[in-house]
Design a protein around this ligand. Structure first.
Ligand SMILES: [Zn+2]
Length: 73
């Protein structure tokens, strides 16, 4: 028996970070292949991760500040 959506959802962020064990990874992959809902949740999570990583990037605020300044000029 495969995992249900709620179980997969709990594992998605770990799955993105490649922190799931091999069996979990296999279960999540199998589920994602047949479940559009969970694929969408995964891509949302993925986008959020990218945004968070960008915010962590020390170059980002400076670039942002430049944009703000440009708008003020
Ligand atoms: Zn699902």
């Amino acid at each position: 028996m495969g995992m249900g959506c709620s179980q997969v959802y709990l594992l998605l962020s770990a799955y993105l970070d490649e922190m799931t064990d091999p069996e979990e990874t296999r279960e999540v992959k199998t589920h994602l292949e047949s479940c559009l809902d969970c694929r969408e949740k995964l891509s949302q999570l993925h986008r959020m991760c990218l945004i968070l990583r960008k915010l962590d990037n020390p170059k980002a605020p400076r670039r942002l500040w430049k944009d703000i300044k440009k708008r003020l000029d």
